[in-house]
Design a binder for this molecule. Sequence first.
Ligand SMILES: C[S@@+](CC[C@H](N)C(=O)[O-])C[C@H]1O[C@@H](n2cnc3c(N)ncnc32)[C@H](O)[C@@H]1O
Length: 288
Amino acid sequence: MSEICANWTAWLKKNRFAGQTPEMVEQTTRWLEAVRDVILVYADIKPYETVLDIGTGTGLLAFKALEQQDCSGKVIFSDKFQDCLDDCKRIIDELGLLHGYEFLLCPCEHIALPDATVDKALMRSVLVHIANKQPAISEIYRVLKPGGKYCAFEPIIRSNTRYWEITHPTFISKYQDFKKVENELMENPLDSLCNFDENTLKTNLEIAGFSVPEVKVQQINSKYVVQPNMVEAWFKNPPSPDQPSTRERFMKYFDEATVDKYIQEVDNYLVGREIQLRSNAVFINATK
Ligand SMILES: C[S@@+](CC[C@H](N)C(=O)[O-])C[C@H]1O[C@@H](n2cnc3c(N)ncnc32)[C@H](O)[C@@H]1O
């Protein structure tokens, strides 16, 4: 686990907002709710159904599904990590809910459920943390009932704006060297974060058995003025509790002083400037 991120619950509550202003935290929160709502529209959950939230984290999808079912069906909060289930359980207890839910500790590559027992499988930003995506997607297919739906969202990080695109060779000493390494890192076939896109996901879904899966690309553009401390947070904050930060990734290619000088130069160049960022994502809507 990373030194500055104890577990997934801490990452979801704190690290994912690192470097953001209070207004940006508010915007991110609203955006997460909007993504959740699109997944749930696709899922079209009925009161009696069994709903599986895979990689539930802090229960973003599961709690809304529970609300939509009014606790009349079964929402399964599932995650590979116990801290996430403990946190969701704590909220359930605080709400005083007595039925309509279950907790399931398992990785999504081996879901601890029999074949064909789930009506709706929900997921947000989980495959992006799994290097080999096919076993996970095939496992989701296995637990779905015939006619059951897999509805999900995943960011396509590979096509995000890169640092070299928003800086300038005149102001960054080793611009070309860092550009080359950044491109290499973003195209690493072993890195769960960027080893996939809409096309590979569609192939994974078809191999699993989903006929005509919908994989809809959404381009998200944002524009803001870079604030002090933001750049440091981008480089030092890990993308998940068990993955190295961008600074640590660069240190596999350059010594620490060179990486820190680069971060400082990026910071000097960007703070106070308005930047425009592009990040792609996909919504998956697949029926068994
Ligand atoms: C970015 S968080 C998303 C959490 C939640 N779905 C949401 O939308 O807020 C990723 C989640 O995936 C879980 N996770 C990571 N690897 C997993 C795996 N192999 N199987 C199941 N869950 C996993 C983590 O514990 C974490 O809760």
